[in-house]
Design a binder for this molecule. Structure first.
Ligand code: IPM
Ligand code: MN
Length: 342
C-alpha cells in the first residue's frame, strides 16, 4: 500500500503519468526532465488515456484503471481531447471523472505577471471549487430533436462542498502576505446558490479575523482582471465561474502557455492531480512549438504537495525569466537552471 500521508522527502514518489493527446505528451516529457534535474526521484508509470486511446479500443477511464490510479501519490496529466471525439465524452469520462471520483475538490490556479496595459505586477491565486456547480451533471433532456425539446443543467451546491472550498481559501490566505480573500459569484441573480456561498463565506470569515474579505460579481471581476488585477490576493469561486475566470487569468498573466494548476484532495485520502490549464492544442501537436512552462509549473505544484518544497521552489524560480525556443529547448534550459540552483 502506498501511503498518502505527509510524504517522506527522501523516498521516491509514485506518480501516474497521463500524457494524453495533442501537445500533452510533449509538455509532460519536458516537465519530467526538469523534475529529474531537481534530483527528486519519481517512480512513474505511464497510462495511455485520452481521445486517441478511446478511438483505439473504447476505453476512457475504466473502474479498474481508476482503482489503479488511487494507489499513486500523484497524477501528472498533460492534456486530453481530440477533435475526432465528440465534445464532452473525454472531458466528462476522464478528466471530470478523476476530479469527482478522487474528490479533488480544490482547483488551485495561480497567476502572476504584469497584465497588458498595466504597470504594476499582480500575484493572485484562484481557488475554484472542482466537484460541484454546473459541472456536477445534474439535469437532462426531454423530447430530444423535436421542436419541443427541453434541456436543463442545474448547478449543484452543497453546504459541505462550499464550506470545505471556502475554508481552503481562507487557510491559504493565512499563509500569504496580504491575507485577503475575494468571493466571486453572481449573488444578484443566482439567489439560491449565491446566497449559500455568501452565507458560508461570511460564517467562515469570522473564524479568520486576520483575513480581509471582499466580494465581486463575476462580470465585474472580469473587468478587474483586465483593468485592476493587483486588487486580488486569493479569489474563491464556483466551478464554472472558476473555469472561465482562470482562462482570463492566464490571458492577463503571460498567456495560457504558462498557466498551471493543481487539482487537490487536501485530505490526502488519495492522489492529487496536476495539469496545465491549457488543452491538447491539436493544431500545434508534434511541431515542437508548445510551451512546456505550464506543465513544468504544474509539476512544481506536485512537488510542493509531495513535500519537496526546495525542488518546487527551484522549478518556479527557473521559470521566472522567459525562455524562447522549441519545446525541447525550453525544457533543456529550465532543467539546466534547476540543476545549477540545487
Ligand atoms: C479546465 C478545462 C476543463 C474544465 C475541460 C477540459 C473539461 O477547461 O481544466 O479548465 O472545464 O474544467
Ligand atoms: Mn477551462
Amino acid at each position: 500500500m502506498v501511503s498518502h500521508k505527509a510524504s517522506n522527502v527522501s523516498a521516491s514518489h509514485r506518480v501516474a503519468i497521463i500524457g494524453g493527446d495533442g501537445i500533452g505528451p510533449e509538455v509532460i516529457t519536458e516537465a519530467l526532465k526538469v523534475v529529474a534535474a531537481s534530483g527528486v526521484k519519481l517512480e512513474t508509470k505511464n497510462f495511455d488515456l485520452g481521445g486517441a486511446r478511446y478511438l483505439r479500443d473504447g476505453e476512457i477511464l475504466s473502474d479498474a484503471t481508476l482503482t489503479e490510479l488511487r494507489e499513486f501519490d500523484a497524477i501528472l496529466l498533460g492534456a486530453v481531447g481530440t477533435p475526432a471525439v465528440r465534445p464532452g465524452l473525454i472531458e466528462r469520462g476522464l478528466l471530470l471523472k478523476m476530479r469527482f471520483e478522487l474528490d479533488l475538490y480544490i482547483n488551485l490556479r495561480p497567476f502572476s505577471g504584469v497584465g497588458p496595459g498595466q504597470t504594476k505586477s499582480h500575484d493572485f491565486i484562484v481557488i475554484r471549487e472542482n466537484t460541484e456547480g454546473s459541472y456536477a451533471g445534474e439535469g437532462g433532456v426531454l423530447r430530444r430533436d423535436t421542436p419541443d425539446e427541453v434541456a436543463t443543467q442545474g448547478s449543484v451546491n452543497t453546504a459541505k462542498g462550499v464550506e470545505r472550498c471556502l475554508r481552503f481559501a481562507f487557510e491559504l490566505a493565512m499563509t500569504r502576505e496580504r491575507k485577503h480573500v475575494t468571493l466571486v459569484h453572481k449573488t444578484n441573480v443566482l439567489t439560491f446558490a449565491g446566497d449559500l456561498w455568501q452565507r458560508v463565506f461570511d460564517r467562515v470569515a469570522k473564524e479568520f479575523a486576520q483575513v480581509q474579505t471582499a466580494y465581486n460579481h463575476i462580470d465585474a471581476a472580469c473587468i478587474y482582471f483586465v483593468q485592476d488585477p493587483h486588487r486580488y490576493d486569493v479569489i474563491v469561486t464556483d466551478n464554472l465561474f472558476g473555469d472561465i475566470l482562470t482562462d482570463l487569468g492566464g490571458a492577463v498573466s503571460g498567456g495560457i502557455g504558462v498557466a498551471s494548476s493543481a487539482n487537490l484532495n487536501p485530505s490526502r485520502s488519495g492522489p492529487s492531480m496536476f495539469e496545465p490549464v491549457h488543452g491538447s492544442a491539436p493544431d500545434i501537436a508534434g511541431k515542437g512549438v508548445a510551451n512546456p512552462v505550464a506543465a513544468i509549473l504544474s509539476a512544481a505544484h506536485m512537488l510542493e504537495f509531495l513535500g519537496e518544497q526546495t525542488a518546487a521552489t527551484a522549478l518556479r524560480t527557473a521559470c521566472v525569466s522567459p525562455v524562447t525556443g522549441s519545446t525541447t529547448a525550453i525544457g533543456d534550459e529550465i532543467a539546466k537552471r534547476v540543476k545549477a540552483s540545487i
